[in-house]
Design a protein around this ligand. Structure first.
Ligand SMILES: [Zn+2]
Length: 438
């Protein structure tokens, strides 16, 4: 009989015991940072805090926040790994490099122990998603510089048969999937959808002709939006598991379990804070806030209170799967948020709605516009080819549902023909900001 957990002791630990462990680790990580990293010495001194000021986990709020900008800047000061590091390059065995979509790429360094622990966390999260040694796993993520590339080793260490596919064109990937009949795949939600639709066009039914029964997704909130998840699940006749990763820490830091009610964070390695993005004060369980992450065991580069730019909600309640580790729910990237009618709007809020309509393909795009200094938005959706619903009626229904979801009405719903919006092969671009930049 197969065991339920990869690491039962950690995954079902009581919150009290976990916090005792986290506090011990955090003290060590802060002391290392302060005594060995020029950056942290300087930033703690500037904020007038010392590692000894941390007596409880709540005291972490006294310590300065670390931004992506800081990481980039300190990399320039001390190339190539930056002076946030507490060990020199001789301790480093691996670096991943961020995509650089918002500036110069930053290197994320790992010691041998960091890397091995990273992979053990990946094995745990794969196990949690139901992967077993009998599975065939196809890793369809980018291997070039990307921190998600090596995650395949976690699947291999778990005992699964691993196929290192990387990012292949859909035709080629489908050919490989037909040939080897893997049972588990990892890709983005948009690509899972695109790949399934492409298969259908080629006369392959992903639900019956392919063996995939689990789809791991990450990189977009879709995997945790029930309507999106169900649409992908129906297309493939497979269960979708949402994962969360960040290049500065691990390829995956959190993952869904069979309950699909939030992603369990690897809290023995990563301390989670969820704060109001303006005041920096902690928000309550269930409220939206920006996630800050602090590493608890990183040997080369500790990350203390790193701003992820991800808006989440969290709960510490024990999950029905038996795990006690904190669960987060992704709302969206702070960069994709805009304010309309006094409401914070994320594309994922709109996705919740557009995926509910049978008449629509599920593809959508949000356009942010400005009229007389007032921010408004329009939503483009696609009507299915042979759908007979009246377009005017459909527009009104979609607008109404969005108003119910957000509390603010879109200026217009634009109904397009099926196949008009660009299909994503990696991360879907759902937001167009058409406002005049000052
Ligand atoms: Zn669970």
């Amino acid at each position: 009989m197969s065991r339920a957990y990869w690491n039962e002791e950690i995954e079902t630990i009581s919150r009290e015991a976990l916090e005792v462990y986290q506090l011990k680790q955090l003290k060590e990580q802060l002391t290392e940072s302060y005594t060995k990293s020029p950056y942290y010495k300087q930033s703690f001194d500037k904020a007038n805090v010392k590692p000894e000021d941390l007596q409880s986990l709540e005291d972490l709020i006294k310590f300065p926040i670390l931004t992506k900008h800081d990481v980039r800047e300190r990399q320039d000061v001390a190339p190539i790994i930056g002076d946030l590091c507490v060990k020199g390059e001789e301790a480093v065995v691996f670096i991943s490099s961020s995509s650089g979509s918002t500036g110069v790429p930053t290197a994320s360094p790992f010691s041998k122990r960091d890397f091995d622990e990273f992979q053990d966390v990946e094995s745990r999260l794969f196990w949690q998603a139901g992967m077993r040694p009998t599975d065939r796993y196809i890793h369809a993520l980018n291997f070039s510089l990307f921190v998600g590339g090596p995650d395949v080793i976690g699947a291999q260490n778990l005992g699964a048969l691993c196929i290192w596919a990387g990012t292949l064109p859909a035709d080629r990937l489908l050919f490989i999937i037909q040939q080897y009949q893997p049972t588990v795949i990892w890709t983005t939600p948009s690509y899972a959808w695109y790949l399934g639709e492409t298969a259908k066009q080629k006369g392959i039914n992903p639900a019956t002709d392919l063996a995939i029964n689990k789809i791991i997704v990450a990189g977009e909130p879709g995997g945790s939006i029930p309507a999106t998840r169900e649409a992908i699940e129906d297309l493939w006749d497979a269960e979708v598991f949402d994962f969360y990763g960040i290049s500065d820490i691990f390829g995956a830091c959190a993952a869904a379990c069979e309950a699909h009610d939030g992603l369990h964070m690897a809290e023995d390695h990563i301390l989670v804070e969820v704060v109001d993005e303006k005041t920096g004060l902690p928000v309550k369980e269930g409220e939206r806030g920006e996630m800050l992450l602090t590493t608890l065991r990183k040997e080369v580069r500790p990350m203390i209170r790193f701003r992820t730019g991800d808006i989440v909600t969290y709960t510490d309640e024990k999950c029905s799967c038996g795990r006690t580790l904190k669960r987060i729910k992704m709302v969206g990237r702070i960069d994709d948020m805009f304010i309309a009618g006094g409401v914070n709007v994320f594309p994922s809020d709109i996705e919740h709605v557009t995926r509910k309509f049978e008449s629509l393909t599920g593809e959508y795009r949000v356009n942010v516009i400005e009229e007389q200094h007032i921010t408004k938005f329009t939503v483009e959706v696609e009507k299915r080819l042979n759908d007979e619903t009246d377009t005017k009626e459909l527009k009104e229904k979609v607008a109404y549902e969005i108003k119910m979801q957000l509390g603010v009405k879109p200026k217009e719903i634009i109904i397009l023909e099926e196949g008009t919006l660009p299909r994503a092969t990696h991360k879907a671009k759902r937001l167009q900001d058409l406002r005049q930049k000052a």
